[in-house]
Each structure stands twice: as C-alpha cells, then as structure tokens.
Design a protein around this ligand. Structure first.
Ligand code: SF4
Length: 300
C-alpha cells in the first residue's frame, strides 16, 4: 500500500528562528509562504526565495529552500538571472516598500516589463523599519517619522496603481493577518506565467502601529470573482465583498485609486509575453557551439 504522507512537511520548511519584533506582520507572511509551499508540495531543492534589504529581506533565512539575501533593491536582477538560467526553479521574491519602491524601483519597472516568471511579494509596512522609522515611499502624508518629524510631506506612492500603470500582468493585494486569503493569493500568483505582483499590507507594530488596522474590517473590500480570490470570512467576517472581473483593467485602476482599500485579484493578463520564454526560444534556435572551436572564435 502506498504511503500518502506528504514528502515535504511544514517542519521541513522551517529554517532559523525569526528575529523580528513581537507581533510583526512578517511572521504572518512567513507562515503563509511556508503553508503554501507545503500545500503545493514544492520541492525545496527546486525552490528559491530571494530578497533585498529591510525587515522583509530576512525572509529567505527562515524558509528551508534555496535562498539569496542580496543587496538593497537588487532582488529582481538576481531573480531574473535565476529564472533565465534555471527554468526548473520556482522563484519567489520578498521585498519591502523601501526596497522595491525607492532604491529598487528601477528594477521593479523592468521586472514588470520583462514579465519573467516569478512571484513578487511586496511587504508594505509604510515605513523603513530595519533602520528605525524613516519615511518610505508609501508612508502616509502627515505621519511623523525620524526623517520628517513634522509629518511626512508627500503623498505616498500607491503600489497597486503603480504596477498597473507600468503594465503588470498579474496584480493582487492581501494582508499578513488574513492567512487563508494570503495563501489563496499566493496560489493564484504561482499559477500565473509571468511576473506576479502581490501587495501585502504588513503590520509594523514597532514603528508604524497605525498603518493597517487589523481589528476592524470596514475600511476595505474583498474583490471577488469566480476566477479570482474568495473573501476571508473567517478573519474578516463583516468586510464587504465587491464583484470584480480581473480581466477589466479600467475597473482595476478604479479600485486601486479608490480611498477604500481593496484586497483580492485586481488584474490578470495571461497573454503578455514572458521575457524568459522569449529568450529561451531565441537561444534554442542558435546552433550549439562546439567548445573545441571557441578559442578559434576569439582568435579571428
Ligand atoms: Fe517588523 Fe517593524 Fe520590527 Fe521590522 S521594525 S521587525 S517591520 S515590527
């Protein structure tokens, strides 16, 4: 009789003990990512988590897959290299609002445009947490920080609107305290061929406790659709649900720009070409070089 025991257990996916502050939302994201890897039974030897710098950047240390904790804002070029060289790998990127939307914003633009196959998770706590309370690109206007103690001057960047505007093929939003919704979102993002962008409302009780209010659910809607993500009725039973067809880009923009936050699948376009597939297609058409003649090529 064949054993039905899963090959990979949740325990197998645990690595070092996390070193985040108590009640940090990154714990919820970590548990959600591990749960998804377990439910999907992804082989840790063919999975890689890549990060930049920030509290979010520690994520690869705590998941027992391959991992790469890179430099600030540069997770995307590393991930692109891996996606090109090793299409057999499942590539996940964990980034933060500072990492992805400030120093790494140029890479985010080109990652979205190249639409290479990966899941990009933006953990948005609306602050620089690791360096202790500076204004980030998503800090709300008027919020006092160490760099702008009188209150943050500018309107924050809206990450969902931003990536919709530069042509993302998959855009979803969820929250660290909505575990079922988080895992469903990850599952749909993983299914998508291309650059799957997930915005995560992530709590930072240490430096930005008012950024996301997990105790109430009247400030957000769930976007629901038969081909999208369901509402999280366990964790947010009284949140409103709004039907939204994720192929409708105009409506996706409308929800992204609305003062009321929305969680769910904003947009998905399965027809956008993927850079990694295009490149492999071109490479496969080029006749293989004879290594013995490589030197001749240099000597011409
Ligand atoms: Fe989490 Fe904020 Fe602490 Fe960083 S500073 S570990 S984001 S609570």
């Amino acid at each position: 009789m064949q054993s039905t025991k899963p090959k990979v257990s949740i325990k197998d996916l645990k690595a070092a003990s996390p070193r985040w502050c108590n009640n940090c939302g990154d714990y919820g994201a970590l548990v959600g990512i591990r749960r998804f890897l377990f439910e999907r039974q992804l082989d840790p030897a063919h999975t890689v988590n890549i990060s930049g710098i920030g509290c979010s950047g520690r994520m690869p240390h705590y998941i027992n897959t391959y991992g790469f904790h890179g430099i600030h804002g540069r997770a995307i070029p590393v991930a692109l290299g891996m996606a090109l060289a090793r299409p057999d790998l499942s590539v996940f990127i964990e980034s933060g609002d500072g990492d992805a939307l400030s120093i790494g914003a140029n890479h985010l633009v080109h990652g979205v445009n190249k639409n290479f196959n990966c899941v990009f998770i933006l953990l948005d706590n609306q602050i620089y947490g690791l360096t202790k309370n500076q204004t980030s690109p998503t800090t709300r206007q008027g919020h006092p920080t160490n760099t702008q103690p009188q209150g943050t001057w500018l309107e924050p960047i809206n990450p969902v609107q931003f990536v919709l505007g530069i042509g993302a093929s998959f855009v979803a939003s969820t929250a660290d305290w909505l575990p079922d919704h988080f895992v469903q979102t990850l599952a749909l993002a993983f299914e998508h061929q291309g650059f799957s962008f997930i915005h995560v409302a992530q709590r930072c009780p240490k430096f930005n406790p008012g950024a996301w209010d997990e105790d109430h659910d009247d400030w957000f809607d769930f976007l629901v659709h038969e081909k999208g993500i369901g509402a999280d009725v366990k964790k947010a039973p009284t949140a409103a649900t709004v039907s939204h067809d994720p192929s409708d880009l105009t409506e996706a923009f409308r929800f992204a720009q609305s003062p009321k936050k929305a969680f769910g699948l904003f947009y998905r376009d399965a027809s956008k070409p993927c850079y990694d597939q295009l490149l492999r297609g071109v490479r496969d058409k080029v006749p293989k070089r004879d290594p013995a003649k490589l030197l001749d090529a240099f000597l011409i």
